[in-house]
Every structure is written in structure tokens, then in C-alpha cells.
Write a protein that binds this ligand. Structure first.
Ligand code: PLP
Length: 417
């Protein structure tokens, strides 16, 4: 009964770990979770009030598929102020989360066999989205400069560590997991349709600097390659600042689709509002697709997102500062574990940690390590293989300081026992 297309979708490793953690918790085990992909803070009160008012005012009907004009105008204002990007509402599409925007971009721009360049490690859903749109992922392993391209559907994951002597390897820390202009040139082909840039990155937290983006933009313009710039963590930066590739010049702006949303910056993951900006023709085609798919995102959530973007911004800074404190604490504690040398990520709320020295001695791979860590130490983490890179583990610091202290203590005990 199941189509080949649906059968080709890989199960989500993140959801599997979370389900296992929940099952253990329901049996009464005290589980510490570093697996979350969402802020643990509540949605700020002014945003909740805007939603209550929307209900009381009867703002409960269909809106335009691409979002209300007032929300699209607020998104344009945000792009102008925060990103130096000038857009009109006709360049904006509001979706059910950044996820729907990304899904619809690939459905809209890809023809069979078109290639999309995906730097590894990458956010889990890109691969499946590209596959479902009939495209091919070209994975670029950022840890191994000599390896070439790997295509979509390849079951194996990059190892993150070559067979050469460890000394000869470049040390990969969260902040240098960045695509270089040479990496990009190496994998371009006549079939390359788009490149994905995710800054700050999930899972590494790496943030692209402007000179690097300028060099990447030039190559994309010279080769007529679109850029999908996923900036969903743009407000959670601790070192450096966010630069939108589309703001570099009009040539790259024409080829870029910039994606963001309210989930991570305003603790609004459940409200499902994301948005994107791009060339009018791309946005119009995406909107046509969304007409027959979900129509508009929830009218009440749109009013809440309007308040998030145009109302008091002090809660964003308060959450960012709290994440920074937790990042510093987690970094300090991780560095107290033998075999780990961890540099703090510049953005997002994830520590992507090299566990190679620990995994190679006692575990078959990163998934095996995470499974056993959960079973024996009751700590949930996501294996690097979920992001295409073995021997790394992703730990979210979207959790309280007490849990961070206890969780890292348990990990330390588990790996030294
Ligand atoms: C890199 C990245 N892009 C997009 C999304 C989707 O966010 P949203 O909640 O807006 O759909 C996520 C969520 O985890 C993410 O990590």
C-alpha cells in the first residue's frame, strides 16, 4: 500500500531517541535530556495575549495563503532592520514553520536529478526534503578535504575521522564547520541547482562570517546557483553576528531564498509560524503550491507572530543571555571529561562534540554510544550520524543549569567507568 516515495523516507533518529527517553521516563527512570531541538522557555506573555485577543476578536477565519498583509509587512520591516534586506510583501511567504517553507522551496525549484549541495553535518530534514522533491543531495564532508561528493540515498555516513594518524588531522571544532569557497567549487556540476547555507548551524552552531559568504555568493552568481539560506537561529548568536547572504548584492539576492521564523527566537515552536523571502516568481510559485496543501498558516498564530516581530523584543535578549550562560557551563563541564576538547559554539543552542576517542574504544558508532548512554546513564543525546557525521554527539543546552550539571556528571561517569 505504501508508495516507493514514502518508503524512501528515513526514520528520524532524533524522534527515535526522544521516544526511547519518554518510554524510560514513563517507567519511572530519572532521564536528563540533551536531545531537545526547542527552547525550554515559555512563549512570552505579550505574544500569548495577542493570540487571546485574536480569538476574542473572531480572527479565526482563512487568511491569504501566503499570510496576512500586516504580518508580511512586519516581516519586511524585520528584514530591513535586522538583515539589511529590502523586500515587499509580494516577496514574502508565511508557512507552517520554517520547515514548511523549506519543504515548499525544494518542491518549487527542483526538477528530477537537479543537485543540491548540502554541507555535512546538516540539519536532518534537508536530505529527506530534497529526496522527496526528486532532487539529489551532494553532500560535502567539511571534515575531510580529500573526500569527494556523496549522493543522496547513500546509506553510509561520513566518519568525521580519517584513517590517517590523528596528528595529521585538522582539529574540527564547532566553529570551523564552514563551507569554504574551494569546497563549493569542487562539487559544482552543470546539474547544481542550489546550495544550502544554515547559519547559525544545527547541529554545530557555526556562524558564517561576511568575507566567506561574499566569496560563496560570487561563485553562486557566476554559476547561476540558488542559495537557500536557513537563518532560523539568527537571534541566538554569542560570538560574531548574523549576515544574510542575500544582502550582499542584487545578483545574489535574486538567487537567494532566506528562511527564518519565530520558533527558536521567541520560544514559539508549537505555534508553527515560519517565513521566507525571495524573488517574486519563486514566492508566487510556492504560494500556489501551498494553496493546494495547507492554505494559510493558523490565523491566530499569525497574530501572535505579528506581536513577536513588532512588539517588545527584550525577552529575545533575555533568552539569548540565558542560553549563553548555559553554553559556557556546558563547555566548561565537557572539557573536564578525558578525551574531549570542546570549543564553544558561536550560535544556536547545541554543542556538537567530538567523541571519537571515546567511541572508537568501546562503541561501534555514535548511535550505539547514545543508545547505551540512555540505557545505562539515563541521558539522552543525538548521535552525529543523524546529521551525516559519525563520531560526534549533539547535546542541546536548551535545558536548565541543574540538568546540565547532572547530565554531564553522568556522561563523565559513563565514559570513565
Ligand atoms: C536548521 C533548522 N531549520 C529549520 C527548522 C524548522 O523550524 P520550524 O519550527 O520553524 O519549522 C529547524 C528546527 O529544528 C532547524 O533546526
Amino acid at each position: 500500500m505504501i508508495s516507493k516515495r514514502a518508503q524512501s523516507i528515513a526514520p528520524s533518529a532524533t524522534l527515535q531517541i526522544n521516544a526511547q527517553a519518554k518510554e524510560l521516563a514513563s517507567k519511572g527512570f530519572d532521564i536528563i535530556s540533551f536531545a531537545a531541538g526547542e527552547p525550554d522557555f515559555d512563549t512570552p506573555e505579550n505574544i500569548k495575549n495577542a493570540a487571546r485577543k485574536a480569538i476574542d476578536d473572531g480572527f479565526t477565519k482563512y487568511t491569504a495563503t501566503s499570510g496576512t498583509l500586516e504580518l508580511k509587512q512586519a516581516i519586511c520591516d524585520k528584514f530591513r532592520q535586522d538583515n539589511g534586506l529590502s523586500y515587499d510583501p509580494k516577496n514574502i511567504l508565511v508557512g507552517n514553520g520554517a520547515k514548511q517553507c523549506l519543504y515548499n522551496i525544494f518542491q518549487t525549484i527542483l526538477d528530477p536529478d537537479d543537485e543540491v549541495i548540502v554541507p555535512v553535518p546538516y540539519w536532518v530534514s534537508y536530505e529527506e526534503m530534497v529526496k522527496l522533491a526528486g532532487g539529489e543531495c551532494v553532500f560535502v564532508n567539511l571534515t575531510n578535504k580529500s573526500s569527494d561528493r556523496t549522493f543522496s540515498g547513500h546509506p553510509e555516513r561520513f566518519s568525521g575521522h580519517s584513517e590517517q594518524s590523528e596528528e595529521s588531522q585538522r582539529k574540527f571544532t564547532p566553529n570551523n564547520f564552514l563551507l569554504s569557497p574551494d569546497d563549493l567549487k569542487r562539487v559544482l556540476t552543470p546539474k547544481t541547482k542550489a546550495l544550502i547555507i544554515n547559519s547559525p548551524s544545527n547541529p554545530t552552531g557555526a556562524v558564517y562570517d561576511l568575507p566567506r559568504l561574499e566569496a560563496i555568493a560570487k561563485i553562486c552568481v557566476d554559476n547561476n546557483v540558488m542559495v537557500i539560506s536557513d537563518e532560523i537561529y539568527e537571534k541566538l548568536i554569542y560570538e560574531g553576528q548574523n549576515h544574510s547572504i542575500a544582502a550582499i548584492d542584487d545578483d545574489i539576492k535574486k538567487l537567494a531564498v532566506t528562511v527564518s521564523g519565530v520558533s527558536k527566537s521567541y520560544a514559539m515552536t508549537g505555534w508553527r509560524i515560519g517565513y521566507c523571502a525571495g524573488d517574486e516568481s519563486v514566492i508566487a510559485a510556492m504560494s500556489k503550491l501551498q494553496d493546494h496543501q495547507t492554505s494559510n498558516p493558523c490565523s491566530i498564530a499569525q497574530k501572535a507572530a505579528l506581536e513577536a516581530l513588532s512588539g517588545d523584543q527584550s525577552t529575545v535578549e533575555a533568552m539569548r543571555k540565558e542560553f549563553q550562560k548555559r553554553r559556557d557551563l556546558m563547555g566548561e563541564l565537557l572539557n573536564g571529561i578525558d578525551g574531549i576538547n570542546f570549543e564553544k559554539p558561536a550560535g544556536a543552542f547545541y554543542a556538537f562534540v567530538d567523541f571519537f576517542k571515546i567511541i572508537r574504544n568501546r562503541f561501534s558508532n555514535s548511535a550505539d554510544f547514545c543508545r547505551k548512554l540512555l540505557e545505562h546513564a539515563h541521558v539522552a543525546c543525538i548521535p552525529g550520524s543523524a546529521f551525516g557525521l559519525e563520531n560526534y554527539i549533539r547535546l542541546s543546552f536548551a535545558t536548565g543549569e541543574d540538568d546540565i550539571r547532572e547530565g554531564i556528571k553522568r556522561i563523565k561517569q559513563f565514559v570513565t567507568d
